[in-house]
Ligand binder design. Structure first.
Ligand code: EPU
Length: 337
């Protein structure tokens, strides 16, 4: 086990921007993490890195970055209706989804091809095409970095919301997620009502889909509009879809009759940030070495050579413009350091 100093994280994050950190080490077991903690002194802050697919470094990080590479997937238990499958935090998310499909564990096929690792999935409450992690999560096991003890969280303990959880709030930067246990279904209940999935299955000529076909449809949709981070640096959706009052939404409808909106409960409406950004004229806009993706305005991209500060500055210009044009405050989904 070695701690590298003045390490550049560039190849560890999907935005691929230069990111100098004071210390860096990897761990592949809880014991290895504990060993690092024993010898790592002189660091005021610690950050756990997973797949690096949702982070933007805008300045050097004066702390210790610990790369979680704890691997392993196991079926813990099954009953009449469910499989309880535990995946360690360092497993690649999409590989885990494919493992579940191969074993006929149903429930996360709509979450195919989401970049990142299993450990980040409950932090973000990752979601796509009508399914969120909260729907299938059974338990999260995490190591408390300061108190040096294991904690267990049930789904309700996680206080999940839209791209939100307790891990982004009161436990922010305090835990290393060790494993996540999912409650997956034996009886397949497909979620194909999200328009694009049904259309894609139709185009694929599939009339009687199973979880494999739904996964394939999701992969095709994502590949058609989301850039591959291996080719073009990005972190998926850069912003959250804002939730505004339905009264505000109705006012906007007067000026923009085509503005999409989805009921979000209690007199609130969720508006696609991608629509707002496109409407404001930013889609495909390039600014130096970064820009707004031409096929999905919610995604900011690094054409190669951009700094985190460049991307952050572009995101701020977009936030200011959307505020001015629509009176809506966009929030970043990406974690900024
Ligand atoms: N739209 C536009 N222009 C654009 C993009 C979107 O007008 O450039 C409008 C369209 O009206 C479209 C609507 O926005 O019907 C929704 O677009 P899309 O289905 O692509 O989804 P999204 O709201 O942009 C969200 C998630 C994605 C997830 C998709 C599918 C967030 C922040 N993003 O995007 O998640 O894959 O739904 O469920 O909630 C991610 O979090 O990184 C991510 C990619």
């Amino acid at each position: 086990m070695t701690i590298q100093t003045n390490y550049n994280l560039q190849t560890h994050t999907s935005f691929a921007v230069p990111a100098l950190v004071k210390g860096f080490a990897s761990f592949d077991s809880l014991e290895a993490l504990q060993e690092i903690q024993e010898v790592a002194t002189g660091y005021d802050q610690t950050l756990i890195l997973g797949g690096g697919s949702n982070m933007l470094f805008t300045q050097p990080y004066d702390g210790l970055v610990l790369h979680n590479q704890i691997k392993g997937i196991q079926l813990l238990l099954e009953d009449d209706d469910h499989y309880y499958v535990q995946a360690n935090a360092g497993e690649n998310w999409h590989a885990f989804v494919q493992h579940c499909i191969a074993h006929n564990y149903a429930g996360i096929e709509n979450l195919s091809l989401i970049p990142g690792n299993v450990g980040a999935s409950p932090i973000q409450n990752i979601g796509a095409y009508g399914v969120e992690i909260k729907d299938v999560l059974h338990e999260v096991t995490a190591w408390h970095l300061q108190d040096k003890c294991l904690l267990h969280f049930s789904a309700s303990d996680c206080a999940f919301g839209y791209r939100e959880s307790i891990f982004k709030k009161q436990y922010k930067q305090q835990l290393a997620i060790v494993s996540v246990t999912f409650r997956l279904n034996k009886k397949v209940m497909l979620h194909t009502s999200y328009g694009a999935i049904a259309a894609e299955l139709e185009q694929m000529g599939v009339h009687n889909p199973g979880i494999r076909e739904v996964s394939e449809a999701v992969i095709r949709i994502r590949q058609s509009k989301l850039p591959d981070p291996a080719v073009l640096g990005n972190a998926g959706s850069f912003f959250k879809n804002p939730v505004i009052t339905t009264t505000h939404y109705q006012q906007l409808q007067q000026a923009f009759p085509n503005i999409p909106g989805y009921a979000a409960g209690e007199g609130r409406t969720k508006v696609p940030a991608g629509w707002l950004i496109e409407q404001a004229g930013w889609k495909g806009h390039r600014q130096g070495q970064c820009g707004v993706h031409k096929k999905q305005a919610l995604v900011l991209v690094n054409y190669g050579g951009a700094s985190g500060a460049d991307i952050y500055q572009l995101s701020q210009q977009i936030i200011d413009d959307i505020q001015q044009q629509f009176g809506i405050a966009l929030e970043r989904e990406v974690n900024v350091f």
